[in-house]
Design a protein around this ligand. Sequence first.
Ligand code: CP
Length: 306
Amino acid sequence: MTRHFLDLSDAGGDGVAAMLADALERKAARQGWPKGRADADAPLAGHTLAMIFEKNSTRTRVSFDMAIRQLGGTSIVMDAGSMQLGRGESIADTARVLSGYVDAIMIRTDDHAKVVDMSKYASVPVINGLTDASHPCQIMADLLTIIESGRALPGLKVAWLGDGNNVLASIMEAGGLMHFDVVAACPQGFQPSDEDVARGRGRARVVGSAREAVEGADVIVTDTWISMGQDHAETKLAAMMPFQVDEALMAAAKPGAAFLHCLPAHRGEEVVDAVIDGPQSLIWAEAENRLHAQKSVLRWVFGQIG
Ligand code: CP
């Protein structure tokens, strides 16, 4: 059966754990190697990944491109607007056609239903590179970063500061699968749906106070409140400001708590410079770990892991 990675639950807790172990091992094995050199075993030699972007990307685009290359394969990167897909060709027809050319498809879109449709009609694995509903590849990198920092996932308290977006939905899902608690502090009107909270399998909850969320937290996570390039909505900014991650909020968490942000960031909005550039911030490792985590996602969809 074709393996798709539309959400973390497609792999389940055991699959996610297996991918994280693989990512740690492969990352360690590459220390000091040039980025363009394939891994010693080149496990995806001969495989091609097509990537379709309906939305801008830096990290997802470059890390997937380098991931497939380091695994010995190749990639084709396309902006949806330059494809017939951007001029009305259906997802179903696109999925069937690309399945004849490439071994896997990654798509980033604002419409989760399109990724689901792609997986229905493609005969090769489909990977969610971010939708309006979830961002599972980002969370794989976040989990890897947390483990690398010396923390075991079970029993952790992760605090989310911000609105109920796609990244939070995937963190909540990860909490349910990997047995850690997620406490999200979100203002009225910007809370996650009940469906997203339910992804946490009883380990996710929403509070109205930033202080309450961070108390005793091992990891503090935030995300941009307004997507890059979108007009700043003053009403949203005003509602979000009490949830800004600053030094005082970090001090209210567990001593030495880690700070994560998937990037890109609007510095001075969701987080202040002193935190994002401070000693508790793991954002550069988190960004690099997109590469290592996605290599394991690629190996998982091809049945090489789990
Ligand atoms: N975090 C993330 O997905 O970054 P990009 O939008 O740059 O891919």
